[in-house]
Design a protein around this ligand. Structure first.
Ligand SMILES: Nc1ncnc2c1ncn2[C@@H]1O[C@H](COP(=O)(O)OP(=O)(O)O)[C@@H](O)[C@H]1O
Ligand SMILES: [Mg+2]
Length: 335
């Protein structure tokens, strides 16, 4: 079981009834006297895995309440958005093997705005990246990236709606990330000027406007994809799902790969994995070479935005933040 054991759910706790009902009504598992053990998982929300002792049934619960404090409506709205996002993507036949979007099982506003989810046993992308970074197990990460590229290309291709992308939205996103870095004193006015100048060059490039909108995962980070056997992939954490340019997701994965190796001073080793991921993603288009050219020409912008997004996190040291910002600028200078 992932996560660490934190205790039992008391029978008087409303969560106990909620878990029992979820298990019986949604999963069809009936147990006259269920008993649940709780395991804390890591995430920006409070996320726990619950295991029923006799049947070994597992359910994931994500509590949105703590993150939004007193603002119950906002917490409930975010839980609802994730619930609807999961349902929407599952509606595109992303259910089962090899491509699976986690099944939402229920919500309860009064229990800390909890969202119950089906448990998916698997390896996180972050674990595969760690194996490559620290144990030099490259083959394993290559295989996982092949599977992930297939999953993302399938999600994107199935959900394309024919409407053109709005690159202005991606420019505004860069502005908001820059704004947060500036407020925290992590970059200076001169950095903002330079990054804005580089952004303007991307904004007028026709290729940044040419694709059609797809459903994006919206937070395609290594902790939000699970891998099963072979090519099996499951997507979780759809809180930020939105329509937009596929490169938002693709560039985030590529940026995360770059960050993972940059953080240990091994920047160049990331290139083979990024190249592999983009090449694998491209093979799901009728003209693989043309797709690869288009994707690689747009990726630097989205990778740069992702590096800046990472740079605003509190756990990033000032020194490493400087390296991320430099690397983002280098990417944005690509033409
Ligand atoms: N359905 C699931 N099956 C197995 N593990 C999960 C599932 N959902 C979440 N997790 C685990 O919990 C962590 C946090 O969940 P996530 O939905 O990503 O929350 P957050 O929004 O806080 O990042 C994930 O990184 C993963 O390790
Ligand atoms: Mg997450």
């Amino acid at each position: 079981m992932i996560g660490h054991y934190v205790g039992h759910v008391g029978r008087a706790d409303p969560l106990h009834g909620f878990l029992g009902r979820t298990m019986a009504d949604r999963l069809g598992v009936r147990e006259s006297d269920p008993s649940f053990r709780a395991f804390r998982l890591s995430g920006s929300n409070e996320v726990y895995a619950y295991e029923e002792r006799t049947t070994r049934t597992r359910v994931i619960c994500k509590f949105f309440g703590p993150r939004f404090g007193w603002d119950r409506d906002k917490a409930a709205g975010t839980a609802h958005r994730e619930y609807e996002g999961l349902r929407t993507l599952r509606g595109y036949d992303l259910v089962g093997s090899p491509h699976h979007v986690i099944r939402p099982l229920g919500m309860d506003r009064d229990i800390n705005c909890v969202l119950a989810l089906e448990y998916y046993p698997g390896e996180l992308l972050s674990e595969a990246i760690n194996r490559a970074v620290h144990q030099h197990d490259s083959g394993h990460l290559f295989r996982r990236l092949t599977a992930l590229a297939f999953y993302l290309a399938t999600q994107h291709n199935r959900t394309a709606n024919g409407a053109g992308v709005d690159f202005d939205a991606d420019c505004r996103y860069l502005d908001s990330v820059m704004g947060r870095l500036r407020t925290r004193g992590r970059i200076g006015d001169w950095d903002v000027d330079e990054l804005s100048w580089l952004r303007d060059h991307w904004q007028v490039r026709p290729r940044m406007w040419q694709d059609q909108q797809v459903w994006l995962h919206g937070d395609a980070t290594p902790a939000n994809f699970l891998f099963g056997r072979g090519m099996d992939v499951a997507a979780i954490d759809l809180e930020r799902m939105k329509r937009g340019d596929r490169m938002f997701d693709v560039g985030r994965i590529a940026g995360e790969l770059q960050h993972a190796f940059l953080a240990v001073g091994d920047r160049d080793r990331a290139e083979q994995f990024i190249g592999h991921f983009l090449w694998e993603y491209s093979c799901h288009f009728p003209d693989r070479d043309a797709a690869f050219r288009s994707i690689t020409s747009r990726a630097p912008y989205y990778m740069a935005v992702n590096l800046l997004r990472i740079a605003r996190n509190d756990y990033i040291s000032d020194r490493y933040c400087g390296r991320l910002v430099d690397q983002a600028k280098e990417l944005l200078r690509a033409c």
